[in-house]
Structure formats: C-alpha cells, structure tokens
Design a protein around this ligand. Structure first.
Ligand code: ADP
Ligand code: MG
Length: 724
C-alpha cells in the first residue's frame, strides 16, 4: 500500500508543470493590490463627502457612526460588491475556536412580483445575528441568552472573497453576546489597543508630544510546511491532527543545513506566487518568502500594519494558504510540530507602537531627548514582560506549542528578553546612574541623562530568545504557528499598558512636584531597571545553564500548557484585564476554560488516532511481516537447514510487536479516563496520555525500521520531507 501511494505522489510530482501557476508579475502586483478591498480609495470615490469623513473619523479616532451614515456606506458597499459579481455578504468573525467563522446571506430580497432586488441596509452592515449556539463560549452564555451578535469593525476594511466560483462581500466583525460580553478575539484586541493608546499618550504628553493616539503595529512571520498532497491524504494523523504521530527519523534530516534560504522548488514557488497574488488583491501586504531551516519548511511575512488589521490579515493568510495548496498538489501544514526531529514552526510576532504622527515609539532617536523617550518606552516593555511573564506564557500555550517550547530547537518555555549588547550596556550604565550629566540644547536644563546616539539596528540577532528587541520593534518569537495572533497581542498590549500607566503616574507626580522631566526620568529608570533586569538575557536560551540561572533569578519556567494556563486566571491577571476594561473576570475565565478544553480535545484526538493507526495500519503490517519471517525460518528448517539469524530476527521482531501491542492497549486504556473537572482531565492527559503516546511512538518507529518498505502502510519522513 505504501508503495502505491508513493507511486501516485511521484507521478503527480513528475507530471506537474509550471504552466499551471497563475502568478502575478511585479508590475501587475501594484495594480491588483487592494483591488478587492473596500478601501480608502474606493470609499473616497463612492461615498458622499460627509459620510466619508464620518467613516474616517470612526476609523482613526474611534468615533461612533450614526445610522444614516451606515446606510449610505452599506449602499455604496453593496453597489461596489455587486458590480464585482458578489451575490452574498458575510459577517466574518473570530470566535474562541482557532479559526474564523462566516455565515453567508444573500443580498437578494424578493419583491413580491416573483422578482428580487439586491438589498443591503446600514443595519445589516452594522449588526448581524449568526446562530452562535455552537461556538464555544466557555460557559459565558449558558447563564444568559444563547444568542450573540456580530458588529462591523469599521477599522478593518471589507473585501471580496472569490471561492468556488462565488463572490462574497466579507465584513470583518466583532462577536459579542447580547449582554455585551466578548465572544471573540477581536473585541478584546480592539479594547487592549485603546487602553494602550491612552497610557502611551500620557507618557508622550510629558515629552511634549502633540500626538493624540497611539496604535499597536504588528508584522507576523508565518512558518509552515508544504508536502505532496498524496502523502498527506495517506496519513490519518496529518489529516486529523495536523501532525505525524508516528514516523522514524530519516537518515537525512536538517543536519546538512542545506535548506535555509536555499532555492525554492518550482512547484512551491508557484504556490507562493498564487498565494501572494490572492493576498495582494484583498489588500494583505505580503512581502517576504523564503525556505526555512527544516526540509520542506517555508516562511511568509507581510509588511507590518495596525495590529487589528494585521490580525485579520494573518487569519486570511493562513486561510488562503490552506485553500491554495491543493491546487498545486500540495498540503500546507501549519501545525507547530508536524514532524518530530526537525524544526517546528512558529509565528514571530513583530510588535511595536507608533503615534498618530507616524513615529515608531520603539525606534531609537537621533538625539538624546528622543533617546530618553525611547528608553522610557523600551523600559516599559521590559518591565511589562518581567511583571507579566506568566500571562505572556499563557497566551501562547497550546498542545501544539508544547512540542516546541522547551524542545531543543525553539524558544524555551522561560520568557526572557534579548536586548542586544549595546542596549544592555546602556541599561547597565543607567542603572548605575552612570549616564553623564551635561547640558543639552539649552531647553532641558538638567540634562541628567545623556545617551549616545543609538544605531538603527541596535538589536543583533539571537535566534534562541523568545522575545527579542530587533532594532525598532520587539519580536515575540514563542508564538505558535497555528494560533491567532490576537491573544499574544492582547497580552502584550495590556502588560505594556499597565507599565506605561505606572510610569506615567510616577513621572507626572515628579514633574508636578517641580522636577524637570529629565531628572524625573533619570531617577525613575535606574529603579525600574534594577527591579526588572532579571528578565534580560542575551545568551543561549537553549542551554541547561540558562534554565538554572533563570531559576535563580526567579523567572517562571512553565513547561507545558497545563502548567501555563492557570497564569491566565491569577488574581493579578484578572485584575489587569478588568482595570483596563479589556475583559471582565468571566470573560477571562471563559477563555482559559476553552483553552484547557481545546488542550484536552487535541490530546484526546491524537491519542485516539494513534490507537487507530496502531490497530489498523501498523499491527496488521507487523503481523504480516512476522508471518513472513516465521515462514522463512520454517522453510529453511524443513529444507534441513538452520537459520540462526532468521530465528533471532523473528524473536526480536515478535518481542517488539508484542511490546507495541501492549503499549497500544495501555494508551487505549489511558484514553478511557473520565475527568472530574477539565483541569484534572488535562493533568491526566499530560501525565498519563502524552507519555503513553510517546512510548507507543517509540515502538512504532522501531517497527517502521524493521518492516520492509513496500509493506509499510504509511508514507515515511524521508518521502514526505524530501520528495517535492
Ligand atoms: P526579520 O529579520 O525578523 O525577518 P524584518 O525586518 O524582515 O526582520 O521584519 C520582520 C517583520 O517585522 C516584518 O513583517 C516587518 O513588517 C515587521 N516590522 C518591521 N517594523 C515593524 C514595526 N515597527 N512594528 C511591527 N512590525 C514591524
Ligand atoms: Mg524574524
């Protein structure tokens, strides 16, 4: 069976030709970019001037939109969509599952005379009512009404989805219950951005800035694998769990390091081009593509945008990749660890904040005054990550990411910050009060802090850090490849909000008390650095020494999801969410509950799949081979000979097969557990089921190396990763 699958895959690969690709050349790219988006240009051209201005105010200043404006926008939007062939619209939202949800409604309304007209009112644009009872709410709706509604998020532009010959107007929305509780990821993200803006503006005011708003910016780098679809379809584990649950290490893995940034294979390039072209059309500014470290692993990254739009665009990117891959005979794997023994996939969340005048607040300035402001914001992030490390860790916790964090190749489970030598040195000087006092420019008379001009790319590269300063932004690298970036964004936003609130309070008090801002900053920073510097680590995050050192520093080392998730519902974290009105206690608990349940369901599905594959794929193959060896031994015997090695092989193989069967039964039994609560259930999965899976896999992978290739029922790592 294995060889039949392999044969098909190989002929598909052989027969594939580049002409199938629909690529967008460079000059076309500029033309098609945003062509399917109801963007600023379209809005300006199609909306009455007053309505356009009202919408801009909503988008940039968060002003509410009135009904008549909404009606006018809906009308223009519908006309534009229908001209492009759209027949339906959908309120697109991000429920608490990992994916996006959409329900399509037709524009058509019957007119009574057997005809129909295309209609779409402001009310329909602004509010929708999906039947939401099947979405997880973490218990939030059970005590209230079961219904939820979707509300248009005017800060993220609608676009047209072309799929299966149909055209649909997609309207990004938030999803809330009738009692106003957030049932999605967008609502708290928007609230967290608002909270951060408020506190950041307070700090900016102290520095004499006239900025009125601050936005979170974000550029997520997505890692993924592409393998031939025939291989994918022949692996029940890939289809249902997104990762291989069995699979012996191939003779060649990634040790030759001949893949990273290497030439991209034709078929993969064709896939990438189509993905990029589709994304350009819907306004996603994808920019870079390259081979990653593991064989058949790649990366796609956009130009950074407002974090809310970037989050929508990231979901669209994943969706487009999944949808496009089969056209090229490929399967796109976004799991954190599809293959054991080679690198897993992450999503680097590049994060910064910038004011409405376009200044990146984490960019070192050109003069000491700007640098002082930069250092205040930078210190705020350092403080935030130190103080809220538990929340940040919890925000990236999942069964999939457990295979990455703490393994010897991805960021460890310990959250720390890489600042780079230069910045670390400056921090050390400031802590010692060593930054020299001189006059600067006459205006800041005390001039206590004189900082060197910082080079643009002050952050050198450290690939082992979970959270790195990279010149003018921070890069949260421990984020997982499969997850929405909403949570890590929210966690970072509120952690930094709290820091800025604290810092603004201190500085305002000092300035009110008659101190110059320079002096106030010069007094505050050393204190903050002293309190929070334990989080800074520039060395090798994979080393055993770091684990020890981090322990001495009192940093959290939460090795798995079950350990990490309680951090999300600590008293302090709930207080943090509530203080900045991002989520209330119930909403936080609901999210944590869903994350625990998702962990349980994921491990359960994987365990069940392993039992299925053991019973129905691997054991039959093992018994068959056992019979063959036994027959060969007895054939030799009846011919009067003695097969010494044959006998040994039979004994060893029989022993291994028996062991494999025992371990299968053990896992089967472990999966029968009933948890008293989801937390207890999760502990059982972690402590009993996950180890039982690992031990079954060991035996299965050993069998794979003994059973003849043509009777092995699954595509192997060597084939999946290297035949392209
Ligand atoms: P890397 O070496 O990590 O690939 P890049 O400079 O290519 O670094 O940037 C990676 C990502 O960081 C890109 O998506 C980019 O748009 C994003 N990025 C750059 N500046 C910012 C910023 N100010 N805020 C958020 N993301 C940013
Ligand atoms: Mg990066």
């Amino acid at each position: 069976m294995g060889s039949a699958v392999l044969g098909k895959a190989i002929s598909a690969i052989r027969d594939w030709s580049i002409s199938e690709a629909s690529t967008t050349s460079g000059s076309q790219a500029a033309e098609v970019f945003g062509s399917l988006v109801f963007n600023d240009q379209v809005q300006q051209a199609r909306l009455p001037k007053g309505v356009y201005q009202a919408l801009r105010r909503t988008m940039t200043q968060g002003e509410a939109l009135d009904v008549s404006a909404a009606d006018a926008i809906a009308k223009a939007m519908k006309e534009w969509a229908v001209e492009h062939g759209a027949t339906h619209y959908t309120h697109w939202f991000q429920p608490l599952t990992g994916i996006t949800a959409e329900k399509h409604d037709s524009f058509l309304s019957p007119t009574g005379d057997g005809k129909a007209v295309a209609e779409f009112s402001g009310k329909e644009l602004i509010r929708g009512e999906p039947d939401a009872s099947s979405f997880p709410s973490g218990g939030m709706r059970s005590t209230f009404e079961a219904r939820g509604y979707t509300a248009w998020d005017p800060t993220s532009p609608p676009w047209l989805l072309y799929s299966g010959g149909a055209v649909t107007l997609v309207i990004p929305t938030a999803f809330v219950s009738w009692t106003g509780e957030a049932l999605d990821k967008k609502t708290p993200l928007l609230r967290s951005m608002e909270a951060l803006s408020k506190q950041a503006v307070r700090v900016l005011k102290l520095f004499g800035s006239s900025a009125e708003r601050v936005v979170t910016t974000c550029g997520p780098e997505q890692e993924y694998f592409l393998i031939d679809r025939y291989f994918f379809l022949a692996r029940p584990d890939l289809i249902n769990a997104g990762r291989t649950l069995f699979g012996a290490k191939p003779p060649k893995g990634q040790e030759l390091e001949d893949q990273y940034f290497g030439a991209i294979p034709d078929r993969v390039m064709a896939f990438m081009s189509e993905v990029e072209s589709e994304l350009y059309k819907v306004g996603v500014p994808v920019k870079t593509r390259h081979n990653e470290v593991a064989p058949s692993q790649y990366e796609i990254a956009p130009v950074f945008e407002n974090a809310n739009v970037a989050t929508d665009h990231q979901m669209m990117t994943m969706e487009t990749m999944r949808r496009t891959a089969p056209k090229y005979g490929l399967a796109c794997l976004m799991h954190e660890k599809p293959f054991a023994g080679v690198n897993g996939s992450g999503k680097h969340l590049n994060w910064s904040i910038s004011d409405n005048e376009g200044h990146n607040l984490l960019s070192p300035g050109a003069n000491p005054h700007d640098n002082m402001q930069f250092l205040v914001f930078c210190t705020a992030v350092v403080r935030a990550v130190n103080k809220w490390q538990g929340l940040l860790r919890a925000a990236i916790a999942s069964a999939g990411n457990d295979h990455r964090l703490g393994a010897n190749e991805a960021p460890p489970a310990i959250i720390s910050i890489f600042l780079g030598d230069m910045l670390t040195d400056i921090f050390e000087q400031i802590e010692k009060g060593g930054a020299r006092s001189t006059k600067h420019g006459g205006e800041l008379d005390t001039g206590v802090l004189v900082l060197p001009k910082l080079p643009r790319d002050a952050g050198d590269r450290n690939r082992t850090s979970p959270f790195a300063f990279t010149g003018n932004k921070f890069e949260f690298r421990a984020v997982s490849s499969n997850q929405s970036i909403a949570y890590p964004n929210i966690a970072l936003n509120i952690a930094v909000t709290e820091s800025l609130d604290d810092i603004a309070g201190e500085l305002e008090k000092a300035v009110k008390g008659g101190k110059s801002l320079d002096k106030a900053v010069a007094e505050l920073l050393p204190k903050l650095i002293k309190e929070n510097k334990r989080i800074i680590f520039n060395g090798n995050n994979y080393s055993k020494e770091w684990e020890k050192e981090a322990g001495k520093r009192g940093l959290l080392n939460l090795k798995n999801t079950v350990e990490a998730l309680p951090q999300m519902i600590s008293k302090e974290v709930i207080g943090l969410f509530e203080k900045y009105k991002v989520l209330n206690g119930r909403e936080v608990h609901a999210r944590c509950e869903i994350m625990v349940e998702t962990y349980n369901k994921t491990v359960n599905v994987e365990g069940q799949l392993m039992v299925l594959m053991a019973d129905r794929y691997i054991l039959p193959a093992a018994f068959e081979y056992q019979k063959q060896v036994a027959q060969s031994v007895s054939a030799v015997k009846s011919a009067g000979g003695k097969s010494v090695e044959g006998r040994k092989t039979l004994d060893a193989f029989t022993k291994l097969t028996d062991e494999f069967k025992r371990r299968t039964d053990k896992l089967r039994h472990a999966l029968g557990h009933e948890g008293a609560s989801s937390e207890k259930h999760a502990k059982h999965f972690r402590d009993v089921v996950v180890p039982a899976m690992a031990s079954l896999r060991d035996a299965g992978d050993e069998l794979e190396l003994m059973i003849p290739h043509e009777s092995w029922p699954l595509p192997t790592y060597r084939e999946m990763l290297f035949i392209k």
